[in-house]
Design a protein around this ligand. Structure first.
Ligand code: HEC
Ligand code: HEC
Length: 341
């Protein structure tokens, strides 16, 4: 396989000084989000900085009212659905294991496999704009992007650069070693999700279509949901989010679903129609580090069905072997270069 310079650098640890640093000083630099109060923007002294942070918080919690597809000014319609960032990034994006933004400012720029490049926090925000929000990227100099940036930085205060965050991303649950059962998932959905998210996954609007007021209970599929390129459309990712966060009120230390129930209902969700993201084959250009549950071609191993519904552990095992082999090759290439210089 031909490796990009970026991949080579990543494989040999050259582009992730933060992660390396974090390993070295793990305990000292670890911030535990569980039981930690989230920073409160109301405490900031009055002024333009506070205004920007508060605007960022409003954009996150009421995205649909500022940059949604139903807002009055067409130039402000950046998002393509009426979700809020906090439909997924729960509790003002501070909830542990619900992809919290606390500490995110300290971990960017970082290597990201989806781009096979070093990404900034702005690019990460736009990743969710184009996928989770099924919309367009926010212009870099816009007040909205600055506000997201300011809010994410504010939420990250107290987390040192190079630190590790317990409660970051999602709970790393082990997946069942079987194909997910969408029929069983349909049953879980009817029993434990439909009461809020609706029998057809359409959610429940606050008001009526066109009013830009969003949802009391957001849709899980259909035209006003996240698109096929979103992280939540991947079954492993969705299983982890759902088990630690749904039904509403669940948390990583008070889960209401078994991993099997979460896995099957995630597969049911993934089997339903939603907006299609074009050009997905351009994602993860390095290929070998594409997540095993990214169910779009090309595939280096396994069938399309297995990448969508599992079983995932065998795919992960093969991928690890591939990565180890590439790492060894990359290390050899580098030392070879060092010798010839
Ligand atoms: C449908 C669910 C969903 C919505 C809505 C959503 N996101 Fe995300 N977001 C995710 C998931 C899942 C991840 C992490 C997984 C991944 O790498 O794709 C993520 C990751 C992120 C990260 C990186 C977090 C980290 O730990 O590094 C940022 C920043 C982010 N989102 C910003 C936003 C912003 C800003 C919005 C609203 C404009 C938004 N997201 C809306 C699901 C969502
Ligand atoms: C009591 C109401 C309630 C129940 C029951 C419930 N949810 Fe949710 N769900 C919500 C709310 C409200 C949100 C938005 C996040 C928030 O406000 O904390 C949400 C967000 C979500 C999201 C991310 C946002 C989106 O639109 O995609 C997913 C996925 C999800 N729920 C799946 C489920 C699944 C699967 C079940 C059943 C196991 C379930 N939920 C049960 C209320 C509920």
């Amino acid at each position: 396989m031909k490796l990009s310079l970026m991949t080579l650098a990543m494989l040999t640890g050259v582009v992730s000084p933060l992660a390396v640093q974090a390993q070295a000083g793990a305990a000292a630099n670890e911030v535990n989000l569980v039981g930690r109060a989230a920073p409160d923007p109301a405490q900031l002294p009055a002024g333009p900085q506070k205004d920007l942070v508060l605007y960022g918080q409003s954009l996150a919690t009421r995205t649909y009212a500022y940059i949604g597809p139903e807002v009055a000014d067409p130039a402000m319609r950046h998002a393509g659905n009426n979700l809020a960032c906090t439909s997924c990034h729960q509790a003002n994006a501070a909830k542990p294991f619900a992809m919290p933004w606390v500490g995110v400012a300290a971990t960017f720029p970082q290597y990201r496999g989806r781009e096979d490049d070093i990404s900034t926090v702005e690019e990460r925000v736009n990743g969710c704009m184009e996928r989770s929000m099924n919309g367009k990227p926010l212009p870099l100099g816009s007040r909205e992007m600055k506000a997201f940036d300011a809010y994410i930085s504010f939420m990250s205060q107290g987390v040192p650069v190079g630190g590790t965050v317990k409660g970051a991303a999602t709970l790393q649950t082990k997946m069942p070693n079987r194909r997910a059962d969408t029929e069983a998932g349909k049953g879980v959905y009817a029993a434990k999700c439909a009461v809020c998210h609706g029998p057809e996954g359409q959610g429940q609007r606050v008001g009526k279509v066109g009013d830009a007021q969003g949802y009391t209970f957001p849709p899980l599929w259909g035209p006003d949901s996240f698109n096929t390129g979103a992280g939540m459309n991947r079954v492993v990712m969705a299983t982890r989010f759902i088990q630690a966060n749904m039904p509403l009120g669940a948390s990583h230390d008070a889960m209401q679903l078994s991993v099997d129930e979460a896995y099957d209902v995630a597969a049911h969700m993934a089997s339903q129609p939603r907006p299609v993201k074009a050009n997905l084959e351009a994602d993860f250009p390095a290929r070998w580090n594409k997540p095993v549950d990214a169910a779009f071609p090309p595939y280096l191993q396994g069938t399309a069905d297995q990448h969508k519904y599992g079983p995932f552990p065998p795919l992960a095992e093969k991928q690890k072997q591939m990565a180890d082999k590439l790492k060894a090759e990359a290390a050899a290439t580098r030392s070879g270069k060092a010798v010839s210089r």
